[in-house]
Design a protein around this ligand. Structure first.
Ligand SMILES: [Zn+2]
Ligand SMILES: [Zn+2]
Length: 452
């Protein structure tokens, strides 16, 4: 008895740890008052501390109390796992936050696979824990000493970044959050310059279309080879993920790539970004459908994209129809000219197929209505009737819209084709085709003639 106590203390049995497990904070704290050396107590086999046990079981209150007693945040168990790692492993977001607030070290590597807390959150798919760790790392001393980008792309003992693990384990939300935070989409497990698997290889192996979509949207390379010389397409075939293989087939249409290099996309506020991202993902799904239709596969969850499309329509009942596609509501406003269009059409202006390095240029797109360079995008505020009645005094400038007529294409400009405007229109018609909204929707000149 008592052999599990790493630093003396009375021969307490496991009662203390089961109290910690079930969150009986008072019992644990009074035991600690009676015998302060119990802060060092650990379980016999795995050498878990009280903080490990409380964090793994989501006992936030007890975690707080232990931290208030200045308990070491970075105690290691038998596998050199910290309480932060086990909290991230079990998806205990509030415990993760408490530990981070108390200064827990995010840069500890376990002795099992050389993984950090970020790897744990990514591997087990706990996106909220993952985001909490990322946001803490962004502002902590890790960012200054190690570099935030380096932390996001940190490798485990086998060279896998958190993005590799999330893609392999089929967690699209974690994949998304990591890519948003600067995870390298083409990182190779082989390390610098050596062949290895990319996150796309591992997503192909895991068979998650959602993960593959996220990775392709950020420019993942379908032609990169792993250590065995295989492209992701072959990996998907090997593991019998037919639909994934169809999308990864280099012969299938090039994926749309999220235009994050464009300055104004990076500067979008959260609301505008979310709108555009949703439109982007919908366009990607439409593209997938057409590829899969050709190859005879069905998307596993068609209901998902359909329901979000319906949301768009019901939400938009009060908004004006987009003058480009005449299908979606205007919800994005171009600055500085104030012209409006839908998120789908906005994206088709900014989206490009995977850029060809020899020809790609990142000229900012221009407003399709007035040809002025787009400096900024904002969300159109659509007010429903109740709100409009309630605050008549509010004259926010973002609500005052330009008259509808002024937003129509000017026919006289149809002939002018500067290189940038023609390329943006090309992008627009490309998306029209891909999203199945019918080609020619953007035939500005004919629309102009038909409209009164
Ligand atoms: Zn539109
Ligand atoms: Zn304009």
């Amino acid at each position: 008895m008592g052999q599990g106590m790493s630093c003396g203390g009375a021969a307490h049995d496991h009662g203390l740890f089961s109290a910690a497990q079930f969150g009986e904070s008072e019992m644990v704290m009074s035991a600690l008052r009676d015998d302060p050396s119990l802060v060092c107590a650990t379980t016999p086999h795995d050498r878990q501390s009280l903080l490990h046990v409380a964090a793994a079981n989501g006992q936030t209150e007890l975690v707080s109390m232990l931290l208030d007693r200045n308990m070491n945040t970075d105690l290691l168990n038998r596998h050199k796992q910290t309480p932060l790692m086990v909290a991230a492993m079990h998806g205990r977001t509030s415990c993760v936050e408490k530990l981070l607030d108390a200064g827990a070290n995010v840069l500890v590597f376990d002795s099992l696979h050389g993984r950090t807390c970020l790897h744990y959150a990514a591997y087990y798919g706990h996106s909220e824990c993952l985001k909490a760790i990322l946001s803490s790392a962004r502002t902590s001393r890790v960012a200054t000493s190690w570099g935030y980008a380096r932390f996001v792309n940190i490798r485990d003992g086998k060279g896998a970044t958190p993005l590799h693990l999330a893609a392999r384990q089929r967690w699209p939300e974690c994949v998304h959050a990591l890519l948003d935070s600067g995870a390298l989409v083409c990182a190779s497990t082989g390390g610098d310059g050596y062949p290895g698997s990319t996150p796309l290889h591992l997503a192909a192996r895991g068979g998650s279309i959602d993960c593959i979509r996220e990775l392709l949207a950020r420019g993942a390379d379908r032609l990169q080879r792993d250590a065995s010389g295989r492209i992701p397409h072959l990996v998907a075939l090997k593991y019998k993920h037919g639909a994934c293989a169809a999308l990864l087939n280099p012969a299938a249409a090039e994926p749309l790539v999220w235009p994050s290099p464009l300055k104004f996309i990076n500067e979008l506020n959260q609301e505008a970004k979310a709108l555009l991202e949703r439109a982007f993902m919908e366009a990607g799904k439409e593209r997938e459908k057409s590829i899969l239709k050709l190859t005879g596969f069905l998307l596993p969850s068609p209901s998902h994209s359909d329901s979000s499309m319906e949301d768009d329509i019901s939400e938009s009942s009060n908004a004006e129809l987009c003058c480009i596609c005449f299908e979606q509501a205007c919800n994005i406003q171009v600055q500085n000219c104030g012209h409006q269009m839908c998120a789908h059409c906005t994206l088709s202006l900014c989206c490009h197929n995977k850029p060809n390095p020899t020809t790609s240029s990142l000229n900012p797109p221009v407003c399709p209505f007035c040809r002025s360079t787009i400096a900024r995008l904002s969300v159109v505020e659509v007010r429903n009737k109740d709100e409009a009645d309630n605050d008549v005094g509010d004259i926010s400038p973002s609500i005052s819209r330009k008259p509808r007529k002024s937003r129509n294409f000017s026919c006289s400009e149809g002939g002018s084709s500067s290189s940038s405007s023609s390329s943006s229109l090309k992008g627009l018609s490309a998306l029209g085709k891909i999203s199945g909204r019918g080609p020619g929707r953007i035939a500005a000149d004919t629309e102009c003639d038909d409209k009164p």
